[in-house]
Design a protein around this ligand. Sequence first.
Ligand SMILES: C[S@@+](CC[C@H](N)C(=O)[O-])C[C@H]1O[C@@H](n2cnc3c(N)ncnc32)[C@H](O)[C@@H]1O
Length: 474
Amino acid sequence: MIESPRPPAERRRRQKVSVGRPGQIACGQNRERQAEDDCPGLAARIAAAAILNDIVARSHPLDECFSSGAIVSRLGGLDPRDIALTRSIVTAALRRLGTIRAALAELMEKGLPRQATYLEWTLIAAAAQILFLDVPDHAAVDLAVRATRLETKNAPYTSFVNGVLRNLIRAREKILLESDPLNHDTPVWLATRWRKTYGEAGARAIASAHRNEPTLDLTVLSDPLLWAERLGATILPTGSLRLSSHRPVTELAGFSDGGWFVQDAAAALPARLLHVGPGTRVADFCAAPGGKAAQLAAAGAEVTAIDRSAERLKRLAANFARLNLHADVIVADIAALKAPPFDAILLDAPCLATGTIRRHPDIAWTKKPRDIPALTALQARLLDKAVELVKPGGMIVYCTCSIEPEENEMQISALLRRQPGVIRVPIMPDEVGGLTEILNESGELRTLPFHLQAADSRLSGLDGFFAARLLRCG
Ligand SMILES: C[S@@+](CC[C@H](N)C(=O)[O-])C[C@H]1O[C@@H](n2cnc3c(N)ncnc32)[C@H](O)[C@@H]1O
């Protein structure tokens, strides 16, 4: 997808962040606003705790919590620096939620006071700062205590919060030493699945990769050498540009000229596998917000971009306008789509998205195993529709950003059994920059978060992506 500008850097261990700045306004209530005026950085901590609750307890996606709509509800009055601080706290807490919860549980013999409201999130937000961000300990503790005092039901527990967090500081080295990415920071159901699919070493490597901050990858519309030089980027073997910059992407050279767009290097591979060019009528099924559609349009194809979300298609239209590209855009449920056959179809199916946990650490905690049957049923319907609407002799590329086999390898095996007129066309190493480790024995693409290691760990990793290329024979 065309990804949104990223929050500032989160370091693997202790990220340098500002504690807060004078003159901030808190989340609404007068009492909070007054407290915030007296106490810089408090509003960001209150917002971080509230957003963590929204994400983990209510399954709100991280990006939505920081979208313009949500800024009104949780981040109203915070300036961009405090919003960035809030996001750093939330992201660090989500990346290491298991470690934080286990450490706090160890320190709270009797558990959380039953009468307290959301106190767990205040403690988790403070623990994320103490363990993983470069915030002075006294500021993390003091602001958590102040936030506790502001909530009537929590006010009696300020000494409790103070005591737990001071003990956490004392135990920090031991906690960090013993923290295990697979056993602590991966939900049990995902760890069990990944052990089964990728073995102990594979599952461990995936979980370890989730601790790293993802790189900033760009897809250029033309002239990668020029853009690499202008941006100080590395050109990857797959053709994407990679940077470790943490500046907002809108400030990078070429953003407003539409020279490039943000797209993980793995996400950039599926569209290329169709090899479309001028004169090809290609449909992008599930197109919004439009990263892969932009690649197809940039290759000169006549693109029909279809998605059922009118809202997300607005983002596609805005992205296409910035990139000076054209597509016919249709809002439709593809399962019920009627259209003349296309020369080629790209189907980037809705999925569990477990390949993108590095970028979206909320996914580990918001997605559930019960989501899988509905997703695989929808993917099968969309695949059958793609077979129906591609011309005989036409190619389909099916892809997902999930690393779960039911949505990928098993989905394609089932399709090939169901549709005898469809064959798999293996992807060749030279189509993926010679990276043989990202192709499986059937010639399907299978990238994992620990792939594409570089000497500099800040330039390592890929999103987990799957793609299969199919030909409708008759
Ligand atoms: C993985 S995202 C697509 C990302 C996009 N291809 C890109 O590269 O930017 C999946 C998309 O599928 C769309 N979608 C889900 N079910 C659909 C359906 N039945 N018909 C059409 N679109 C659907 C969602 O609205 C969402 O935009």
